[in-house]
Design a protein around this ligand. Sequence first.
Ligand code: COD
Ligand code: ATP
Length: 197
Amino acid sequence: MIRVGLTGGVASGKSTVSAMLAELGAVVVDADLIAREVVARGTSGLAAVVEEFGAGLLTPEGDLDRPAMGRLVFGDAGARKRLEAIIHPLVHQRSARLEAEAPADAVVVHDIPLLAEGGRAGGFDAVVVVDVPPDVQLARMLGDRGWTREDAVSRIAAQATREQRLAIATHVVDNTGTLDQLRARVAEIHAELAARA
Ligand SMILES: CC(C)(COP(=O)(O)OP(=O)(O)OC[C@H]1O[C@@H](n2cnc3c(N)ncnc32)[C@H](O)[C@@H]1O)[C@@H](O)C(=O)NCCC(=O)NCCS
Ligand SMILES: Nc1ncnc2c1ncn2[C@@H]1O[C@H](COP(=O)(O)OP(=O)(O)OP(=O)(O)O)[C@@H](O)[C@H]1O
């Protein structure tokens, strides 16, 4: 098995790269997806969030109101830290369980948006950073997702800088080109990692 960390700024293309790696046979463990599962309706994780932030952050159906939570935590670093303190340990536990289920010869890719922030990069055999300049991140957030400029800028500001992410990279994926160019670079990296698995 080879354990790979995959990271990149918001809207850099991590999910796109993950999907390409999965097509090539990698086992992908997606921290954003797990971060949703651990606060799904009826979980102890959601109960802990309600205890910390109040039932006002639930929708009428009893789900976490993600847009409201996002407005709160991306405008208030203290609130963001309190939310992360609840969610991150749950994500780590579940990621480790999923990794343990992977075949012995697998390329296991942990898609972790906050890998550069969390200081855990050294625990991986390789770290793939999906790299785009902030103006491309912004354009993709505004164009493809319909976020407001304020939402987009506050999320970028809550994250490590491009330079901090590049500093932890063993492999850099430039995602300013076309999807075909991206696919070719991802295949090249996958082949190298698979040979080491
Ligand atoms: C605040 C929440 C509810 C907003 O949900 P929303 O559906 O709008 O966003 P989603 O979870 O899909 O995240 C999208 C992107 O936002 C960025 N982001 C999310 N959380 C954070 C954070 N704590 N710090 C910086 N950027 C973040 C990442 O680039 C992520 O890929 C949600 O992001 C959350 O629970 N965040 C805290 C948990 C966390 O740190 N998740 C990141 C990976 S474990
Ligand atoms: N090379 C590319 N050319 C054009 N659009 C792209 C390219 N790569 C990704 N995109 C688009 O940019 C957007 C962001 O990509 P993606 O969702 O993969 O990013 P992400 O890093 O996973 O985002 P998040 O941080 O929110 O999880 C998507 O709409 C995706 O289709």
